[in-house]
Design a protein around this ligand. Sequence first.
Ligand SMILES: Nc1nc2c(c(=O)[nH]1)N[C@H]1C(S)=C(S)[C@@H](COP(=O)(O)OP(=O)(O)OC[C@H]3O[C@@H](n4cnc5c(=O)[nH]c(N)nc54)[C@H](O)[C@@H]3O)O[C@H]1N2
Ligand SMILES: Nc1nc2c(c(=O)[nH]1)N[C@H]1C(S)=C(S)[C@@H](COP(=O)(O)OP(=O)(O)OC[C@H]3O[C@@H](n4cnc5c(=O)[nH]c(N)nc54)[C@H](O)[C@@H]3O)O[C@H]1N2
Ligand code: SF4
Ligand SMILES: [Mo]
Length: 739
Amino acid sequence: MSAAQDPADVKTGYSICTICDIGCQLRSESRDGVLHRVKAHDSPALARHVCYKGTAAPHIHNHADRLRVPLKRVGARGEDRWEEISYEQAIDEIAERLRGVVDRYGPEAFAVSTSGWNTQTTHGLDRRFMNLLGSPNWTSGVSLCAGNTAAVNRLTYGWFPMGDIGNANCVVLLGHNPRKHSWTPIYNQIEGARKRGAQTIVVDPRVSEQAESATLHLQIKAGTDAALLLGWTKVIIDEGLYDKDFVRDWCVGFDQLSERVDEYPLDRVAQITGVDAELIAQAARMYANADGAVIPWTPITDQQLDSTSSIRLQAILRAITGNLDVVGGETLGGLNPSYRTESDLQLHDAISPEQRAKQLGYEKHPAYTYRTAEILRPYMKKVWGREWVDQVMGCHMANPSELFRAMATGDPYPVKAFFALGNNALLSYPNQHQIHKGLMNQDLIVAHEIFMTPTAMLADYVLPGDVFSERNHIADSWSWTNRLSLSEAVATPPDEASSSFRFWRDLAHRMGFADEFPWQTLEDVIDYRLEPSGQTFESFRAEKFMEIPVPRYRKYRKTGFATPSGKVELASSILEELGFDPLPYHRPAPEPTAGYPYLVFSGVREDPFFQTGQRNVGVLRRRCPSPKFFLHPEDAMRDGFVDGDWARLETAHGEVHAKVSVQEGMRRGHLRVPHGWWFPETRGEVDLAGAFVSSDAVLTTDTDDLIDYEQGIPHFRGYPGRLVACDPPVGMSKTTLEG
Ligand SMILES: Nc1nc2c(c(=O)[nH]1)N[C@H]1C(S)=C(S)[C@@H](COP(=O)(O)OP(=O)(O)OC[C@H]3O[C@@H](n4cnc5c(=O)[nH]c(N)nc54)[C@H](O)[C@@H]3O)O[C@H]1N2
Ligand SMILES: Nc1nc2c(c(=O)[nH]1)N[C@H]1C(S)=C(S)[C@@H](COP(=O)(O)OP(=O)(O)OC[C@H]3O[C@@H](n4cnc5c(=O)[nH]c(N)nc54)[C@H](O)[C@@H]3O)O[C@H]1N2
Ligand code: SF4
Ligand SMILES: [Mo]
């Protein structure tokens, strides 16, 4: 047999897909060290959990534009001119320049933004490094997603629960719209519940895919979810539909809550939300009367002006209807005792209380900062056995708006070094102009990336990251659930591409923290994390692909809840201590005007992409070549638009471009803007590859009147805008795409 005919070296393994953040476990197959295909799981229970982004992994991992070697900026910042350097030179220089920033401005001048699920192998070592150095300024895209929800849930009952959709008889989706190709496992769970006869209630200004098959659809006016939930709570209390024993034995603040919801009679709620009063009452009764009901996490209420109240109301409803920690309700999983948590690795005691208190957001918007985590310490210890418990990475974060403002202006102190790992920060927070200004004002920017994104284009050093098919990992869903899942390397990273573990370890060794970073390899860290169970990575891998501890229910009967009162705090003593309203409320957002007649919301994720990613991947981009605004046919007709027209959306803060998509299912007067668009194909022709052309982040700002009080969260759900006809933006005519 000639060499050309030799059978390829075929390797298969289990993988956790990191193309989106739901992390399906799949099967990966490589040939001669190159990822060849990704396919469904061999366990029938998991086989349906794969979408077409997951199976497109070879097109992403083997993409011609994949970053392969470290790059150092040679032109002006953002000019996108580079020289290739060795990994060792890159780390040496980064360490030296970071030391320079810390010596001159203090460790708090160093900030990190990362979402963690795509870099996957960090294991909390980023925070460990920062805590040893003395910087509290870590933030993440999860501050607008499940991370902040986790932190806010803990104010009410000390944990962020996971809905037991598989056993629920009623599922409430506040906007949240899982589909066949968006969070596929959650979609499958909801479909399974429907087939069992579970009722579904969808609250959405659009007839979304989930709304189409819902038992009840409440076509709400964007941004008014808190008012709706106040109305539900009032119905449930007035009609005595709550769990009286649970409320008596396990809740505090019920009378105060009853008084507060009395301010929200149904006619007022109907007027605020645009939903019929009787339909609101019917939905509240359906939820409260179900034997096992869940309100799964949703990003919709993470990104509203009264986000803290919206999230708290979901927590309150779960509690008063007796759905906490029961089968078919909201399970308080707890930590997996077999695996050291990321919080354990993060060493939050290593940073001094004085440095912690410098965390940006600590004073003004403390809900997910160290300030709240510090208050919770003794209660976390009592119930969950650790003082510092992080869930979904979101419980000890700096506030991004405060951070980018400090980077841009030096107020309240300078922030001069910024690292983005697996995060396209420029497009992934509100107020993109301020983020840009902040990035332009840095002495050192490092991006750890797989592609040259607009954020990476602004860096001094770009380090090539590895991808999930190239690394070993055991995932623990960041302490949201206590499941452990195996992910095995089947392919070889190209050239100098390497893991975020290696980045933090090598930097730590150069910055004097070698003793605290004793691990040589990634598998050493996993072995360390598995130590409490007596397992190692190899033994875990040899024995199983997943470990799911047997659930235990109503654990609070033994331990109480991890709150100051030990009970569910319907009126939050922590919010009160922090100087905020302890009870939930609705806060109205700016209304449309004659000049800005649309109520704009951002979101409706597109199936082929995850967030700002994959616009360069031909097999996916061809499914959705351009960004789209959605509007109702009557609005389109009045304003003279037809399907496919290019248009410019203007708000008080910025403008973006997209094509018009006329959709019957939109609520009248509403306009949807997509998230995450830039145009990799225009690199070299358009500044920062079109990062400012269609990105929702330029439409929204983060001044005090437009962010949530407690967390400092931006309002992406319902702000005034107007639509103007325009030509296609420069560079948008190209159609050839790699991959
Ligand atoms: N304006 C605005 N901001 C938002 C949102 C919004 O709707 N509007 N949504 C928010 C939400 S819900 C979320 S979850 C966050 C998401 O925030 P992130 O998860 O940080 O998503 P992105 O900012 O798209 O950045 C992901 C980057 O990781 C890179 N990447 C992918 N795989 C790997 C890998 O294996 N290794 C490395 N090193 N890099 C990799 C991709 O190329 C991409 O550039 O954003 C939030 N921010
Ligand atoms: N294919 C794909 N799947 C993804 C992602 C992706 O980028 N691509 N991202 C993942 C991530 S990180 C997240 S956070 C989720 C997000 O996914 P979802 O939770 O589904 O969120 P969106 O798609 O942004 O919007 C969902 C619905 O909210 C409605 N909506 C808008 N404003 C409001 C409002 O004010 N109130 C209510 N009640 N509804 C409103 C919209 O009409 C839309 O139908 O998807 C995950 N899955
Ligand atoms: S839903 Fe798709 S992209 Fe997300 S983890 Fe699963 S396979 Fe990957
Ligand atoms: Mo998200």
